[in-house]
Ligand binder design. Structure first.
Ligand SMILES: [Zn+2]
Length: 162
């Protein structure tokens, strides 16, 4: 367990209108928070987790070898999709990156509002670190296939293409 100071964000669900809070990090180099929206939350520390540079290298290689161009923000988004797949799933549901916690009311990922409170609110939370047991058992070839799948899924769900 580690104590982490997180910012509280305000969310309004686009589908059912429920207003709910999510916790996140505004610092790019801070811990990444994963939640299943059902009370299970864990963190990944980019500075110490070896999966971070590993997935970063795999995704960079995949993007470089594809014929399409990606902007920095698209690359970051594809990287986070691939990284999320390396995390062992919670007992219920699935972990998603803190940026898109599903609505606790209806499970939707779309929201009509997402942003910090004014004035900003912070909260100390005790979190367990994520594990990558399943990912660590994969061969390099399987890891590359997983990352490629994450990128393909992301591209399919992204109406803007990439
Ligand atoms: Zn909802």
């Amino acid at each position: 367990m580690k104590q982490i100071n997180l910012e509280v964000f305000r969310n309004v669900c686009e589908r059912c209108g429920l207003e709910f809070e999510s916790l996140g990090q505004s610092d790019d180099y801070g811990p990444i928070i994963y939640s299943n929206g059902l009370g299970s939350t864990r963190f990944l520390d980019p500075l110490v987790d070896p999966t971070w540079p590993e997935v970063s290298a795999i995704v960079d290689t995949l993007i470089a070898s594809s014929s399409t161009r990606a902007s920095d923000s698209q690359k970051a988004s594809l990287f986070h999709s691939a990284l999320t797949r390396t995390v062992d799933p919670p007992e219920m549901g699935a972990f998603v990156s803190w940026e898109y916690p599903p609505c606790p009311g209806c499970g939707s990922n779309s929201r009509s509002f997402f942003g910090p409170f004014e004035p900003p609110r912070f909260q100390d939370v005790e979190l367990e670190e994520v594990t990558h047991n399943r990912w660590n058992r994969l061969s390099l070839k399987q890891k590359i296939e997983e990352a490629a799948k994450a990128i393909a899924d992301r591209n399919n769900s992204d109406s803007n293409g990439y």
